[in-house]
Design a protein around this ligand. Sequence first.
Ligand SMILES: [Zn+2]
Length: 412
Amino acid sequence: MFRSYRVGTVFGIPFRLDITFLFILPVFAWVLGAQISVLIPRLNETFGTTIDPGPLTQGVRPLVIGAIAAVSLFACVALHELGHSVVARHYDYEVESITLWLLGGLAKPAELPKNWLHEFWIAVAGPLVNVVIATACGLVLLVVPSVDVVVFLLLFLGLLNVSLAVFNMLPAFPLDGGRVLRALLARNRSYVDATRTAATVGKGFAILLGLGGLLMGNFFLLAIALFVYIAATSESRQMMLDAAFEGVEIEDVMTPADELVTVEADTPISDLLDVMLEERHSGYPVLDTGDFVGIVTLEDIQSVDRKDAVAAEQMTPVEQLATIDPSAEVMAAFRMVGETDIGRLPVVDSGELLGIITRTDLMRAFKIVTARDQFEGERLNEEQTPPGQPPRDRQRTPSDERQSEWEFQQNR
Ligand SMILES: [Zn+2]
């Protein structure tokens, strides 16, 4: 995705054209136009039609027909995305925008559905639109007069929509089929677990698609495989974190103010060093008659040579600190700590220090919620195991543990 332009809204959903789409459209028109002479005999053979390729491949006609076919292709892709979006809206999920780009369409939801039935219907709606269009093409074919160009375009569009439906239903997360798979998996296990499995299947399919693309010399397929692989990796990571922190509040993660060791603004640096030696933390909130005014760290005072220097002179003042609101999502804290190099994030509500979130706090919280999720998944499995059969063994292995640490590292 590069630069995109907003071209209008449908049902209140902004439609955008990515710059890559504007490049790929004429290429598609040209390729499709050039394929007409090859396609027509095949269509005649398969469907018993009698389209005469002669007139359709003369002069600029292939280009014009190619252009119509390419625009229709993207129109069908747009309708497919609209299918997803309308159902998402129906379930009260916000859809930020629909974008047409190099590899088709993307409906960008503001949030991911956490209810398996919602996700199932949202995912199925797109391919379902293509099935409806294909059926409509078939029905129209039965009633229109057999003008060669019309028959050709209707057959082409019908087949195209069948392929779009089939391709998108491949269980390659994040393609629609992968989302359906995740939704079905999430029926009896946690979302984190379902996402992990769906993403693994998705990556496997991406590798198969890529190999297929390489063997056939089909670079479009190769590009899609690469996209699926990257998207499966990043979305599953995002989803895992999102799902893991579902319902977890900033308050649950932070070290509350009353458990924090604080220093006064006028604490001499020599005393501060004693505190550091005793407490073994490297950063301390600085209070001035009860008000939170900044944070002083070991690095801040390492260069001090004046014996009478005090904490307030060396600290980073609160105005220059990244802080977080107690009502924010834990994921926001995750991103802030991840994107910047800050080790601790003060939780501040209208100037008052409520607590501090450190990287260690987040790491610990992540491990706990993942373990809890695993535990709940196991409990569910046990409940669903028929009597007499031992519950499925889903012990967390050390390599799983490393995996989640790696995922955390990637997000930092
Ligand atoms: Zn779709």
